[in-house]
Ligand binder design. Structure first.
Ligand code: SAH
Ligand code: SF4
Ligand code: F3S
Length: 443
């Protein structure tokens, strides 16, 4: 007996922008079957959870959700449940989910989303549980439909995977080796987005600076930026993430020369101690990093700099931690994502000596956040009184929300809906995480 055909879907996404982008593909595939989004998880006929495994916390959230799924399935045995992404990409985790959560219908990894329809048929017609994890990405995935979650801003994949193998990081194991899309495929996708009214694209890769190295013609990231900059209709270009090892002069020059490239660089520092950076296998020193920052600020005045930082890496001494604080104070990042080191199964750092207690990690994280929050507030205060151009994302009851070129969130009062437009506002007040502005007269 076949199961009821699901009509509505709900996708729960954890993790980075790559996962958000993959979830748009999942939505595109499901819409292609005639399914529509459910109001909420409880009313959906099919739920997919797209997972992240970069830190333990991300995984714990997913296990919590799987517990909820058990209850939902008891109430509604027809409910179709799927899990995908970076957690089940690890065979061990996939098998664990299969045995501990036998009610999960579809268990797949990061590389075989393109077969979601096939797997659904197996579940619906043959009533099988599907567990399928691939080691490499399926090529057909390049041409999959997507249901984008935004109307003006879109994520565009440029390369997948990572070859860097930072010793703490699981991403290279769950996302595979670096693989670039051709410039033609990327440009084609962005031209289509421009035709659909999109104004801003964020080019996505774990390490965008090494874009193209695996392609026969060896196009590089700076050249790709030039091509995207030439696309009519696109007003803003962002990218994530850059690795300091590959952030070279050509990229900095391209950022300075190309008007559509936003004045923002997310450049993960991770740590300020050379000893820890070496143990992390990051391939640069604090001095090298500071050199890039100096060049960037010279080439692109007012550039906003953001970063990722890890505290409590194995063997990190108080002195090493002070080095991180010192570099943070020197650079004065506009904002930072700060994390406690979380050991990941199978990575070199998890087996290193000198694992720190969670009390030490928490204490350092707290101190780091205090220092950074004050800097973020100071950086935002400097903007009070300046004019900033915003791309407006949303309008809600007389209040619009948009972002500056430097990616700062600004709220301003409005008399009409400016969504999707570029407007100039004067910044009037600053908080740690956002700014307030007012419209100029001519708007
Ligand atoms: N490819 C990107 C980031 C990927 S993961 C880059 O290299 O910059 C995002 C961030 O998570 C990393 O920059 C790092 O700061 C953090 N991270 C990764 N693994 C971690 C771990 N095991 N414990 C704590 N933080 C981690
Ligand atoms: Fe992880 Fe390092 Fe690759 Fe970033 S560059 S995804 S931190 S291995
Ligand atoms: Fe998480 Fe996978 Fe992204 S582990 S950070 S969702 S690549």
């Amino acid at each position: 007996m076949t199961r009821n055909v699901p009509r509505t879907y709900y996708i729960q996404t954890y993790g980075c922008q790559m996962n958000e982008r993959d979830s748009e593909t999942i939505a595109g595939i499901l819409q292609g079957r005639g399914m529509t989004p459910a109001r909420d998880m409880e009313s959906a006929d099919l739920i997919m959870v797209n997972t992240c495994t970069v830190r333990d916390k991300a995984e714990q959230k997913v296990y919590g959700l799987l517990g909820r799924f058990r209850e939902l399935k008891e109430v509604n045995p027809n409910l179709v449940l799927g899990i995908c992404g970076c957690m089940p990409q690890q065979q061990k985790v996939a098998r664990h989910i299969k045995s501990r959560y036998p009610f999960m219908d579809i268990i797949i990894g990061t590389h075989n989303l393109s077969l979601l329809n096939t797997y659904l048929e197996q579940v619906l017609i043959e009533r099988q549980q599907v567990l399928e994890v691939w080691d490499e990405r399926a090529e057909e995935e390049l041409a999959l439909p997507a249901r984008r979650s935004g109307k003006f801003k879109a994520f565009v994949n440029i390369n997948w995977g990572c070859n860097n193998f930072c010793t703490y990081c699981i991403v290279p194991y769950v996302r595979g080796r670096e693989k670039s899309r051709t410039p033609e495929a990327i440009v084609e996708e962005i031209e289509a987005l421009a035709r659909d009214g999109y104004k801003e694209v964020t080019l996505l890769g774990q390490n965008v600076n090494s874009y193209g190295k695996d392609l026969p013609e060896k196009p590089n990231f700076a050249q790709l930026l030039k091509r995207v900059n030439a696309i009519d209709g696109i007003e803003r270009i962002r990218f994530m993430t850059s690795h300091p090892r590959d952030a070279g002069d050509e990229l900095i020059a391209a950022m300075a020369a190309l008007p559509k490239v936003c004045k923002h660089m997310h450049l993960p520092l991770q740590a300020g101690s050379d000893r820890i950076l070496a143990r992390m296998n990051r391939g640069y020193t604090a001095e090298h990093y500071l050199g890039i920052v100096e060049k960037l600020r010279q080439a692109v005045p007012d550039i906003a700099l953001t970063t990722d930082l890890i505290v409590g890496f194995p063997g990190e001494t108080e002195e090493d931690f002070q080095d991180t604080l010192s570099v943070v104070r020197q650079v004065r990042f506009d904002s930072a994502f700060t994390f406690m080191y979380s050991p990941r199964r199978g990575t070199p750092a998890a087996a290193m000596e000198g694992q720190l207690s969670s009390a030490v990690k928490k204490d350092r994280l707290q101190k780091l956040m205090e220092v950074q929050n004050q800097i973020s507030l100071d950086c935002n205060r400097v903007l009070v009184g300046t004019e900033q151009q915003l791309l407006v994302e949303e309008c809600d009851h007389g209040s619009c929300k948009g972002r500056t070129s430097g990616n700062k969130l600004v709220f301003f009062a409005c008399d009409k809906d400016y969504s999707g437009q570029l407007v100039d506002v004067k910044i009037t007040a600053a908080k740690t995480w956002s700014l307030t502005g007012e419209l100029g007269d001519e708007a």
